[in-house]
Design a protein around this ligand. Sequence first.
Ligand SMILES: [Mg+2]
Length: 252
Amino acid sequence: MSEHVSDLVSALAATPRPLLVGLDFDGTLAPLQDDPSASRIIPAGVEVLARVAELPDVSLALVSGRALHDLHAIAEVPEGTFLIGSHGAERARVTRFGLDRDVVQLADEEADRLASLGARAAQIARGKDGVWVETKPTAVVVHTRLAQDEDARAAEEAALALGAELGSGVLHGKDVVEISVLHASKGEALAALRDELGAAAVVYAGDDTTDEHAFAVLGDGDVAVKVGTGDTAAAYRADSPEALVEALATLA
Ligand SMILES: [Mg+2]
């Protein structure tokens, strides 16, 4: 067990109940993939999350940038898990019968802006190999992971400018620019869920810049975990999804 992880294990052991465990998906539970549809939670993670979810007074939430339907399709999480998608704009709970989903209703003006954003983002991607556009219920996303550096940079700059013009929120993550027509963040969604559950403490783990919004709403007695390298406000670190899951296993 690495030094990082043993610090984290001690912090987890000291968390009070009720406890909310919030986890990003890609890069946190699932190793990053060039093709996002190939992303899968590590096998030990499936088993550990099932055990964590069965603990009394512990709630589990996945908090992802993915669209909710996409997250649900690949997540392999137990019944009762909350799924927060699109960086906080969508939320649902996993039940025996499928997703119990909070419906997102866009105002006409927001729906119009989403359509314009989709068309303009498609123009940005045109002629740039490996740049592609994803449309979510509340946002468009320009993906550049598969593009050459020059095309990726040009697409991201153009997408950021488009976001400043037409977006209500813009997120610049690893090889993605997401332009939303709603104000939402992982931090706001996590804080709202915490309040609803009356959680005495929150554990949150993530690997990307967008997870810093979630770290920012945590306080004393909460446990913020950065997965991988890079600057962070989180007090704890896990070197990989495997290390994170190893630490979470001690909770159960
Ligand atoms: Mg991530």
